[in-house]
Design a protein around this ligand. Structure first.
Ligand code: PMP
Length: 427
């Protein structure tokens, strides 16, 4: 008998390219039929066939309080009652802007947008407008959304200019983007010594969460800060994923670095489409209507999204929030590593705050190349077997995972029991 998931997927492919509205949802990397979600509550989701899963994706990061948190839902309902959008300023926008500036010390001014892609795209344009320079540096394996200038893969050999990683992106658009290896400080130093005074910005995920999870080596982020300061380039921390996910002051608080600009998304929208970019006042004031850098949005600062964001940010400020989240996430990764070890599976795992990486290899990867060495086939078998057990991890070996405060002892222990059975079958 065909499942409802299968029926929906088949029909969706008729009307939606690949059946999905964002590619990773199609399960292409792991194979099989994607799950159509019907409902979420706390740490759990229910699919179209009414099977229940413990969810470690959390909509790819926003749901730090779990699904349908009562305070968030209440705030969204109240905001919706008063009108969905005005395209004009509201007091709640001021409230969230003020809050973001208070919580993140590098942010003096902030502008709200509707997606992480918009935030990074705008930050890059702003950095170029502010410096009057074109070149940007990004790192292989870091994802910053699908802006043309950032859909770049490395050329052959370090310091060559990037090639488009998508059809439809003109080579001219990516020719000013240099793609370097994450954590490879020597190549960044070389790039700056070669054309430092042409570099508008360095954009980096302070903890890389789009190539599984790669943590910054000690010294990497401070050196980026130092080089950007020396050369008058704008340091952009893309904290769309890490912002309010790894700590109350985001990754920049964790590693004690002050970027010039920060992009935020996911958690700050509490599950609604909202993101932001902000930073130094002198840079932010280059934006229209004050300055020459144009940027706009009909739904920017949408009142319902802002309400969800404010309600979420209220919860994360409760003392102990991040300590508890980090402890829970650590419990998960340590338990998974122990279960794999028991069955002699080459595997390791790590957590940073409420995000985590799982790797089918002996030791933690520090670069994109090392992530690529993970055993993809083992991951895919693990993923599907866990799914059978009712545990939903990201459907790709190259994505980070997320824990929420709705994940309690019971959910972690169910997950670890399942992992013990599954690792046992993977030999
Ligand atoms: N930057 C980072 C670090 C991200 O993880 C993502 C999305 N996963 C984006 C930017 C793009 O955000 P969005 O999907 O909201 O456009």
């Amino acid at each position: 008998m065909t499942s409802r998931n299968q029926q929906l997927f088949e029909l969706s492919q008729k009307y939606i390219p690949g059946g999905v509205n964002s590619p990773v949802r199609a399960f292409k990397s792991v194979g099989g039929t994607p799950i159509f979600f019907r409902r979420g509550q706390g740490a759990y989701v229910w699919d179209a066939d009414d099977k229940t899963y413990i969810d470690y994706v959390g909509s790819w990061g926003p749901l730090i309080l779990g699904h349908a948190h009562p305070e968030v839902i209440k705030a969204v309902q109240a905001a919706a009652q008063d009108g969905l959008t005005f395209g004009a300023p509201t007091e709640a926008e001021l409230e969230i802007a003020q809050l973001l500036c208070t919580l993140v010390s590098s942010i003096e001014q902030v502008r709200l947008v509707s997606s992480g892609t918009e935030a990074t795209m705008s930050a890059i344009r702003l950095a170029r407008g502010y410096t009057g320079r074109n070149r940007i540096i990004k790192f292989e394996g870091c994802y910053h959304g699908h802006d043309d200038a950032l859909l770049v893969k490395a050329g052959s050999g370090a310091l060559t200019f990037g090639h488009p990683s998508s059809a439809g992106v003109p080579a001219g658009t990516t020719s000013s983007t240099v793609v370097l290896d994450y954590n490879d400080l020597a190549s960044v130093e070389q790039a700056f010594s070669q054309f430092g005074d042409e570099i508008a910005a360095v954009i980096v995920e302070p903890v890389a969460g789009n190539m599984n999870l790669v943590a910054p080596k000690s010294g990497f982020l401070p050196a980026l800060r130092e080089l950007c300061t020396q050369h008058g380039s704008v340091l952009i921390f893309d904290e769309v994923m890490t912002g309010f996910r790894v700590g109350l002051e985001c990754a920049q608080g964790l590693y004690r670095i002050k970027p010039d600009l920060t992009t935020l998304g996911k958690v700050i929208g509490g599950g609604m489409p909202m993101a932001a970019f902000g930073g130094r006042r002198d840079i932010m004031q280059c934006l229209a209507p004050l300055g020459p850098v144009y940027q706009a949005g009909t739904l920017s600062g949408n009142p319902v999204a802002v309400a969800a964001g404010l309600a979420t940010l209220k919860q994360v400020q409760i003392p102990g929030f991040y300590e508890n989240l980090a402890a829970r996430t650590r419990q998960l990764v340590e338990g998974l590593a122990a279960a794999a070890k028991k069955h002699a599976i080459p595997f390791c795992a790590q957590a940073v705050g409420g995000m985590f990486g799982l790797y089918f290899r002996e030791n933690l990867p520090a670069s994109y190349a090392e992530v690529m060495e993970c055993n993809r086939e083992s991951f895919n078998r693990f993923f599907h077997a866990m799914l059978q057990e009712g545990i939903y991890f990201a459907p790709s070996a190259f994505e980070a995972g997320f824990v929420s405060t709705a994940h309690g002892e019971a959910e972690i222990s169910k997950t670890l029991d399942a992992a013990d059975r599954v690792f046992g079958t993977l030999k």
